[in-house]
Design a protein around this ligand. Structure first.
Ligand code: ADP
Ligand code: ADP
Ligand code: ZN
Length: 208
């Protein structure tokens, strides 16, 4: 099953994609994680992406489309995948149609006020991509999966978060109508208990 997770920054796409991917045994393709890895390694793509990401803007469509196109050709995508953070613009969605057949689009909906709280408290593992929130971490500072020290993403700092929400509403939200018109959209309330949301997504995917 080829699935898209759509939703604003902080909606829980990464958190839920990790769980659904484990349950369905398919890879999670997070364009944010791919770009952050490229930045860490200092590749040409990473260097190009950095100024956009740090400003809370989207990296140019042609950069990200090529990355996803290559990634979806890898063997582990044959049985399906979750796209987490792609597409984010209508041109990206149109390009995707040329090289992939999407079965379901899950829209995770959460109001802006709650998103700001979630993003400002997010801590991430730069090694395995796991995501945490300070409200649940206590005095823990390392990743449960791999032991790496957790950090706050540069673009999760207050001055960038509002930009990212504005970018979502202007450039990414039009994809809701785009996929609704194709009969692929399933809206899931992203506010509430993480386990309950996982159940609702599995149900929306016909996997419950
Ligand atoms: P996204 O990938 O959509 O940007 P994340 O999955 O990284 O969102 O989640 C953003 C933050 O909110 C993280 O700190 C995460 O731990 C927290 N979070 C995720 N789901 C929930 C939820 N249902 N309730 C409260 N906090 C959540
Ligand atoms: P979040 O989980 O908070 O929604 P991501 O980790 O998905 O954020 O993305 C972080 C940043 O990486 C974005 O703000 C953007 O600059 C860049 N990025 C990720 N995916 C895309 C994409 N599909 N198109 C353009 N830029 C992207
Ligand atoms: Zn980790």
């Amino acid at each position: 099953m080829n699935i898209i997770f759509l939703g604003p920054p902080g909606a829980g796409k990464g958190t839920q994609a990790q769980r659904i991917c484990a349950a369905l045994n398919i890879p999670q393709i997070s364009t944010g994680d791919i770009l952050r890895r490229a930045m860490k390694e200092g590749t040409p793509t990473g260097m190009k992406a950095k100024s956009y990401i740090d400003a809370g803007q989207l990296v140019p469509d042609e950069v990200i489309i090529d990355i996803v196109k290559d990634r979806l050709q890898m063997d582990d995508c044959k049985a399906g995948y979750i796209l987490d953070g792609f597409p984010r613009t209508v041109p990206q969605a149109e390009a995707l149609e040329q090289f992939a057949k999407i079965d379901s689009v899950i829209e995770l909906a959460v109001e802006d006020e709650k998103l700001i709280k979630r993003i400002s408290g997010r801590r991430v593992c730069t090694k395995c991509g796991a995501t945490y929130h300070i409200s649940l971490l206590g005095d823990k500072t390392t990743c449960d999966n791999c032991g790496e020290t957790l950090i706050q993403r540069n673009d999760d700092k207050a001055e960038t978060v509002l930009n990212r929400l504005t970018v979502y509403h202007s450039q990414t939200a039009p994809l809701v109508a785009f996929y609704e018109s194709k009969g692929l959209l399933k809206k899931v309330d992203g506010d509430g208990d993480m386990d309950a949301i996982f159940g609702k997504i599995m149900e929306a995917l016909g996997q419950a």
